[in-house]
Design a protein around this ligand. Sequence first.
Ligand code: CP
Ligand code: NVA
Length: 308
Amino acid sequence: MNLKGRSLLSLNDYTAEEIRHLLEESKRLKANFKAYKRDKPLAGLTLGMIFQKPSTRTRVSTEVAMYFLGGHALFLGASDIQLGAGETVKDTSRVLSRMVDGVLARVFAHEDVEELAKYSTIPIINALSDKYHPLQILADLLTIEEHKGKLAGLKLAWVGDGNNVCNSLLIGCAKMGLHMSVATPKGYEPPNDIVALAKDYAEDTGAKIVITNDSPAAVTDADIVVTDTFVSMGEEDKEKEKLEAFKNYVVTEELCSNAKSDYIFMHCLPYKHKEATEEVFESEHSVVFDEAENRLHTVMAVLKCLMS
Ligand code: CP
Ligand code: NVA
């Protein structure tokens, strides 16, 4: 399968077969880590990394991946490039297209990664926007498959905010045949258009997509329980109201007692300590650091497939 030259703005752009291809490539890279360090499939290639927001996992995994693949990554922080000083996304895209071989961008507005892709002649990879976080979901799917041996037919429960990570999980789960139940407080459900897209994909795979305000119901018989921060980057001014709205949506051991006895707990991190208790986060069910490590193997697969 040839994905060379493709952008990755969301998993909407990728078929189930293409997602499967990226997951299998991730597994090969993970199993042959040393060999890939030696082979350097991206030798001579460069990646610009635009970060309008902070990052630990996405930045480090991508920079390390480019090094291991033999290429070079340039960190372009918001205050380091002219994009942050009034140059347009359109011009930034046209200039970077003349100088680097790919751009990974973490932005506030999803329209900005779309604009980058519209004017670029090179792959654009969404490293998180207000709407989607596709790289995270590739790592999540790999982690689920490693722990559960399959994807299709499992039940994933999302408890918390109907945010960018939830949106991408809805798309990824629906496409790969995982049932997903989302429990949020009223008014914080994922957007209707994304739920409609997920339900549409789910028709092909048999996945069941449920949106509810009832967290015990969402978690009942779940194989996977997932949460994320209640206050995403860029929403700091809403912190007080959101923490109040979400106070009954904390992932606790009591809530997880509704899940299957061998459930796994996932969180894309950073863990800001309001969304799940320490008991759950540190429990034997928690696979959050496997999930974090898999950001490296999956971004390596994405970079190798889209750029080499
Ligand atoms: N999960 C994730 O994207 O983490 P960072 O914000 O540290 O990149
Ligand atoms: N929903 C979080 C994810 C962080 C990786 C945010 O957008 O800040």
